[in-house]
Design a binder for this molecule. Structure first.
Ligand code: GLY
Length: 453
């Protein structure tokens, strides 16, 4: 039997650990630095998933050698960008995930936009700026609506969708002057705003072949439901998040559209990665796409890992053994993998930290300033078959699990129709509460009500 180590701590990483735990080949999944939430799940209690609470790359390498770990999967862009794959490969450890150099596909938006433009992959009009005043002059001049994006990594939150010119100027100030997303805002990409439906699409690469996953997901990025005008006003706008929920399969993706996406977008991009850049990329590429009302497809982002929360629903639908996919990525044999999907629909609703009482005044909640330390109640009431993946949580021996991040946990339900999956996910998230100890125990859990609609 095999041992896998998943590096990460969020919902996507918990889901990866869980999915490897389902493999017929695997009897141990190490989760580093992991998430205390796994100890509140069956696989955690049984020791199939075991937490290794270190972030140190050398210690991870030592641990993998000592425990004879067969495969390491790195879930998120930050450790990938810090070179964890390079460190582990030097020690002869098998991995899934791109080397540090290849992470620029996500960490340098301007680099990727220029690459896509050069090879004719459709994407919205864009311009890159290092100077905030030049960026503002540009948005005043073009007049149409834009999205202002921090060029570097920003935990999925660095894109601000703007209504008009003054909105865009505010966004430029926020990213480039106030540095809300840190150094990643030294440069911005200003992109034409697109309307339509968002499609998230993953492709596994093994350095030779590409295996596009044939199930697509729909992510919901704005923090609030569009008609939740009172909450949006109180919050000061409907900011984008890393994702507030998701469903799959995507209702607007038909087999002909899959073919179009592979032909027009995936194949030229993979060809450019392998042949123009000369990169033997092993891992996942995530295409964030927009399909507009006139059937125009555009790539609005490429990332070097699974989407979060998209992976949480796609993994539930995938019946192929993940360890077999992982080994094929490492061995360069993805062409031998048979994709098997179950027939269910899945919905993931994320429980976020909402408005809570602060020492002075109020916390607005994710993606703004949020409180921590709110006891998580109701997990024992969740129905069998409904998955909970943990993200921003911590625990203590006396009080059990408490909130420790903005996106706290994911509730994922499956059913034979999207409507039933939705109903089940919402029925179960309603069993959970975050106890605001500074506000008479009021529930400060917030979630969007329109996921899957
Ligand atoms: N859900 C968006 C992302 O993972 O970046």
């Amino acid at each position: 039997m095999m041992k896998v180590l998943v590096y990460g701590s969020g919902g996507r990483d918990h889901c990866l650990a869980d999915k490897y735990g389902d493999s017929q080949h695997v009897d141990k999944v190490y989760f580093a630095p992991g998430n205390p939430g796994v100890l509140y799940t069956l696989k955690g209690r049984r020791g199939l998933i075991e937490r290794v609470p270190t972030k140190d790359f050398k210690e991870i390498g030592d641990f993998c050698v000592e425990k004879e770990v067969d495969l390491v999967d790195v879930g998120s862009e930050t450790p990938l960008g810090e070179g964890l794959i390079d460190v582990l490969n030097k020690r002869g450890i098998r991995t899934i995930g791109p080397k540090k150099e290849y992470v620029q596909l996500e960490s340098d938006r301007a680099f990727t936009d220029d690459l896509l433009k050069k090879i004719g992959v459709p994407k919205p009009e864009y311009r890159v700026f290092d100077d905030p005043e030049a960026a503002k002059a540009y948005v005043r001049n073009i007049g149409y609506q834009v999205v202002v994006k921090a060029n570097g990594l920003a935990a999925g939150k660095g894109a601000i969708v703007c209504e008009g010119v003054s909105d865009a100027e505010t966004a430029i100030n926020k990213i480039m002057v106030k540095k809300t997303f840190g150094e990643s805002g030294n440069r911005v990409v200003i992109e034409e705003r697109k309307y339509g439906t968002e499609i998230s699409f993953f492709v596994y690469l093994d350095g030779i072949h590409a295996m596009p996953l044939r199930t697509f997901a729909h992510d919901y990025k704005p923090a609030f439901d569009p008609d939740d005008t009172e909450a949006i006003k109180k919050f000061g706008g409907n900011l984008n998040t890393g994702g507030t929920g998701c469903y799959c399969p995507h209702r607007d993706v038909s087999p002909w559209l899959v073919n179009r996406i592979i032909k027009e977008i995936v194949n030229p991009t993979v060809n450019a990665i392998y042949n123009d850049l000369g990169w033997a990329y092993k891992g996942v590429i995530y295409f964030g796409l927009n399909l507009d009302p006139y059937d125009q497809l555009d790539v609005f982002e490429i990332n070097v890992r699974h989407g979060d929360p998209e992976w949480e629903v796609i993994a539930r639908k995938l019946s192929t053994d993940l360890f077999e996919i992982g080994m094929a990525v490492w061995d360069g044999t993805l062409d031998t993998i048979n994709q098997v999907w179950n027939k269910q629909h899945y919905v993931d609703v994320i429980a976020m930290e909402g408005r809570s009482k602060a020492s002075k005044g109020w916390n607005k909640g994710y993606p703004g300033r949020y409180g921590k330390g709110h006891r998580i109640n109701g997990l024992d009431k969740i129905e069998k078959g409904v998955m909970v993946y943990f993200a921003g949580v911590d625990d203590d021996p006396e009080n059990g699990l408490f909130t420790y991040g903005g996106r706290v946990l994911h509730v994922i339900a499956g059913a034979s129709t999207l409507e039933d999956a939705r109903e089940k996910a919402y029925r179960n998230i309603d069993l959970i509460s975050f106890e605001d100890h500074k506000n008479n125990g009021a529930n400060c859990l917030r979630y969007r009500k329109t996921i899957g609609l």
